[in-house]
Design a binder for this molecule. Sequence first.
Ligand code: URA
Length: 274
Amino acid sequence: MASGNYDLEALRKQARGHLESLRRAGVEWLPAPAPAMLTLAQPVAAAPPATHADVPAPVTVVPAASGDVTVVPAASGELTIEQRRQALQLLATEISTCPRCAELASTRTQTVFGQGGPGVELCFIGEAPGADEDAQGLPFVGAAGQLLNKIIAACGLKREEVYICNILKCRPPGNRTPLPNEAANCRPFLDRQLELIRPRFICALGGCAAQNLLNSTVPLGKLRGRFHDYHGIPVLCTYHPAYLLPHRNPDKKRDVWEDMKMLLTRMGRPVPQR
Ligand code: URA
């Protein structure tokens, strides 16, 4: 061990290994290290030449003393769609090894980052991956996802036209509700993800998503029916698709459709007849 709290050479090695794994994962360029990290974040010898070396870095990968890695957001306002796409890819790779919630990190099959691309009109935010999502690495692919697909189609949209993600990127064991500290650990990732996606509208699915996104303790029933604000983005809250499944509350589908009509109208889109 070196004289400091941690072994600098071990950290360098760890950072090199991590950067190399990013390269293998398809990250095609890397930002210059922040000045304070120059002694730690050495360039990877085997990395291919940067293809966007002259553009602003969207994300800086900083090895932290704990061995964890931290995504340091850079302003994304001036980034092109392609740069935002790459920054999202980098963020997803970062999150894939996140150790912040020890229980979730040790029980997940993989993280579930999100699906879709930057610049979409609408982003749906759910609670957390379930068993199917944990197995496939994609959000809303199980029974609730099939219902979400129907909601999206009823709105006259295609799933590829929206962005879908969750408050948590890891499956809570047994599909339990995310704990407050888990939501807090994941929050910087969600905020950065939304900053890069920059949707025009957000639809929060269920009380957990709505309350966490809006930092509110108001019950979902009282959050529905009006628009809220997330950093200037209008947010509509509705029931979670899992709540609408046949064995639960299928009659609430009518309420969800009322919410979707309100959302489509605010978006300036036609409301399809049902
Ligand atoms: N429920 C959620 O909240 N998210 C998913 O991705 C799947 C089910």
